[in-house]
Design a protein around this ligand. Sequence first.
Ligand SMILES: Nc1ncnc2c1ncn2[C@@H]1O[C@H](COP(=O)(O)OP(=O)(O)OP(=O)(O)O)[C@@H](O)[C@H]1O
Ligand SMILES: [Mg+2]
Length: 206
Amino acid sequence: MHTVAVLSQKGGAGKTTLVLNLAVAFEQKGQSVAVIDLDPQASAAGWKDSRAGDSPYVVSLPHTRLSQALQAAEESGAAVALVDTAPHSEGAALAAAKAADVVLIPCRAGILDLRAIATTAELVKLAGKPAYVVLNAVPPRANQILADARQAVAVHGLDVAPVAIQQRAPYAHALTVGKTAQEYEPNGKAAEETAQLYMWLRSILG
Ligand SMILES: Nc1ncnc2c1ncn2[C@@H]1O[C@H](COP(=O)(O)OP(=O)(O)OP(=O)(O)O)[C@@H](O)[C@H]1O
Ligand SMILES: [Mg+2]
């Protein structure tokens, strides 16, 4: 089983959205997923409550139970565990990063968001795991913003995922009805870029 931790010490960066979109992408390709929600706000678990259907499996628990949850997910046949974390939660974020094969750090492309990435970068370094910033909610036609963001991220010694996620209404609308962008608008651009991000993630997980 592969374990992917999604962290960002900044609130609202897009952690839960990324976890759920990737979870559905894996499920759509026939790979069973366990979403482990370490955020006391339990947003991923709340999304699951509002969702029709059994998959993906979502469990909400404190980070002190993470290793048991990962073991149970593996024993139940999950191919991938996606760990969602809370902002401002260094203990949980570090536990998730240590347990992960790969860490994804969603980050909006604004300068304040990019500066705030320093704390998350430190955590990832402590855990010693490969980590990629996923630029999120990028405005359309934002080549300069993307170039500046890549430079700002490089200062922290982090890599940037080759696929950036744009600001698109279906990401937000889908979650309110217990779906993800790929299900809400299967032929839309959000679905397409999510598929690209998924393909890239698959390639680095091996
Ligand atoms: N690419 C995007 N386009 C449009 N809306 C987005 C995008 N990414 C996230 N959002 C919206 O931004 C808000 C915050 O996203 P999300 O809850 O995923 O962030 P988070 O990092 O999990 O937040 P928290 O730190 O509170 O857990 C949500 O309303 C979500 O629907
Ligand atoms: Mg969240």
